[in-house]
Design a binder for this molecule. Structure first.
Ligand code: TYD
Length: 215
């Protein structure tokens, strides 16, 4: 069976590292896992990513930003996610629609409902089967990324602490709205614990689905 599992979180939540370590644990268990990320993942979407995250683009309007993320999502979906799902793979995606709902809808104030609607045009009903939200306070998250000199600082990293607090608030609201799909992981814990807890959530989900199929 194929599933789309997304990873969400604010800056410095450790999503990318957790996703990489998780795939290393899932593959030996026999799961066909493919990892990808948004915005980007394929050439055209990486080009859109360069525009949307460029620090020089300080004049970018919030709606332009929302549309660019939706455009990158569309291209990545048709060119990468859907073909992988059709090959019966489990796609682990670093960010998906919930990033737009919380960053553009909630934190930028464009409205979660409007952002959901413009994204429907892009994703045509492809929603994640499961979402892991890595919850971390912006103070801790931002201090982690400032220590990581491999990581390039992008346009959204430069937003105020208030903006990042709103991002967290937006995610927490989504968790309470969609508790079946979105699972909160405390990402302030040690990385090994975060990976272990995330693995348990994913394996539980996959095992339940397989039992359901057997019945
Ligand atoms: P990235 O370098 O991938 O950061 P991270 O490691 O935090 O995922 O940058 C992606 C940035 O784009 C991040 O600040 C979140 C933002 N973003 C949105 O605002 N809306 C979206 O729909 C997506 C996918 C990302």
């Amino acid at each position: 069976m194929s599933y789309l599992i997304s990873f969400e979180g604010g800056e410095g939540s450790g999503k990318s590292t957790v996703l990489r370590l998780l795939s290393n644990l899932l593959i030996p268990k026999g799961y066909n896992v493919v990892c990808t990320r948004e915005p980007g993942g394929i050439e055209i979407a990486e080009q859109i990513r360069n525009v949307v995250l460029d620090k020089k683009n300080t004049a970018m309007d919030a709606k332009t930003e929302a549309l660019l993320y939706a455009a990158a999502r569309r291209q990545h979906l048709v060119e990468k996610i859907v073909p992988e799902l059709e090959k019966d793979n489990i796609v682990l995606c670093d960010r998906f629609i919930d990033s737009s709902l919380t960053y553009q809808g909630h934190a930028r104030g464009l409205g979660v409902k409007d952002i959901f609607d413009i994204n429907q045009f892009a994703i045509e009903g492809y929603m994640p089967d499961l979402t892991l939200y890595l919850d971390v306070s912006p103070e801790i998250g931002l201090s982690r990324i400032s220590k990581d000199n491999q990581r390039e600082i992008n346009r959204l990293d430069l937003e105020s602490l208030d903006f990042h607090n709103k991002v967290r608030e937006g995610y927490q609201e989504l968790v309470s709205k969609f508790p079946e799909r979105i699972k909160l992981i405390d990402a302030e814990k040690e990385i090994d614990t975060v990976v272990e807890e995330s693995l348990n959530v994913i394996v539980d989900f996959l095992t339940t689905k397989q039992q359901y199929i057997r019945i």
